[in-house]
Write a protein that binds this ligand. Structure first.
Ligand code: PMP
Length: 385
């Protein structure tokens, strides 16, 4: 192709030679259709309804500490807004590394843990490769795999929503996935996998094991020890965390992984330059100074979770033990959609999971403030009466 001269744009040049795909050839043509493999995807979103009590997206009901906001405000004015941010997010990664007792080279940060997952799949997935997951689980694992052209190998959990190692072995042997996803505590079931199960999956997995720990601080155990040097399989194990839940910073969009330096380097290959803005780096770095306050919030939410579980136990619903900031429940005698609508009519919004794989009849409630949880329990009681 001749070099472009005389003000002709690259786009004009592409049009002249034609872009593969329907409708794209020729000036004045119609816009191209999207990639055929994306057409069946519906995207992931929770319908937002105008209600007084919003318990559908697993956020923290409590704001970050006032002292954090003061520190954030005062340091914000010192940012060089005219300059690109520190591309390596050095301060934030150093603070996270210290918090977890790992090396800074083992930490990668991105815009929410969803973007961390996307970077992992951009780096390791793609055409001809597959990612394994066990339904029901976090819907975005499959969604991000598909958008990155990665095939999805689906296994099933037990009726109690736990992993069954025979099923895990079957799926891994049949598909040899490059990435195996575990979500523990699992969204939307709240179940945590016993540490020995996680270790057994790492033993069996042929590639990376990505343990999504978005809710880990609410749980009895974490897999972070498994990424530390010296542990068998540590170089293939990745733990993904978020600031969206326990750190009360869902609006900031910040997540990270702890893994081997090689995995971090792979994610850096696919992340866009300066993808992590300076404001977010500051917010996250400062948040880590307030671990005690974060733990207090976690304790409050965990106590409320116990109160909701006790309330649900009095009602005609099935529930499962939760290690997260939400509880899955299944009305025994009423379709989930009807109960969801009756809760909305009482200005309480929960998540309707009933159309998700393996979750027929199920709804999920996020733990809110005490008054919100009372509103939920009262509304559910009335709806089921
Ligand atoms: N993983 C799990 C299991 C989640 O439930 C969520 C939030 N719904 C995420 C990752 C993404 O969190 P974020 O992108 O806000 O960090």
């Amino acid at each position: 192709m001749e070099p472009l001269t005389g003000g002709r744009s690259t786009v004009a040049e592409d049009r002249e030679v034609g872009v593969p795909g329907d409708g794209a050839a020729g000036a004045g043509g119609v816009p191209p259709s999207v990639r055929p493999d994306l057409v069946a995807l519906t995207g992931y979103h929770s319908p937002q309804v105008d209600v007084e009590v919003r318990l559908n997206t697993n956020e923290s009901p409590l704001p970050p500490p006032a002292a954090w906001l003061d520190a954030f405000r005062s340091e914000l004015s010192g940012l060089d807004f005219n300059r690109y941010p520190d591309r390596a997010a050095t301060g934030l990664r150093a603070a996270l590394a210290e918090a977890h007792g790992v090396d800074q080279a083992q930490v990668f940060c991105a815009n929410g843990s969803n973007e961390v997952l996307q970077c992992l799949l951009l780096a390791y997935g793609g055409p001809g490769r597959s990612a394994a997951l066990f339904e029901p689980t976090y819907t975005m694992h499959a969604q991000i795999a598909r958008t990155t052209g990665t095939a999805v190998a689906v296994g099933r959990r037990t009726d109690e929503f736990l992993l069954d190692l025979e099923e895990v072995s079957r799926v891994l042997a049949a598909t040899a996935p490059v990435v195996t996803f575990l979500c523990s505590p699992n969204n939307p079931t709240g179940r945590i996998e016993p540490p020995r199960t996680v270790e057994a999956v790492i033993e069996r997995a042929p590639g990376l094991v990505v343990i999504d720990e978005a809710y880990a601080q609410f749980a009895r155990s974490t897999s972070l020890d498994l990424v530390r040097g010296g542990t068998p399989g540590a170089d293939r194990t990745v733990v993904v965390r978020t600031f969206s839940k326990t750190w009360s910073m869902a609006g900031v969009r910040l997540g990270y992984l702890v893994g081997s330096p090689e995995v971090v380097a792979a994610c850096e290959l696919v992340a866009l330059p300066y993808h992590l803005d300076a404001i977010k780096q500051l917010a996250g770095r400062l948040a880590l100074r307030y671990v005690d306050e974060m733990e207090l919030r976690v304790a409050e939410v965990t106590e409320e979770r116990g109160r909701i579980a006790a309330g649900l136990a009095q009602l005609p619903v099935d529930t499962w033990p939760s290690d997260a900031n939400f509880i899955l429940f299944r009305p025994q005698d009423r379709p989930a959609g009807e109960v969801w609508s009756e809760l909305v009519a009482r200005s309480v919004l929960v998540r309707d999971c009933s159309s998700w794989p393996g979750l027929t009849g199920c709804l999920r409630v996020t733990v809110g403030l005490p008054g919100e949880n009372d509103r939920f329990l009262d509304a559910l009681n009335e709806s089921l009466r």
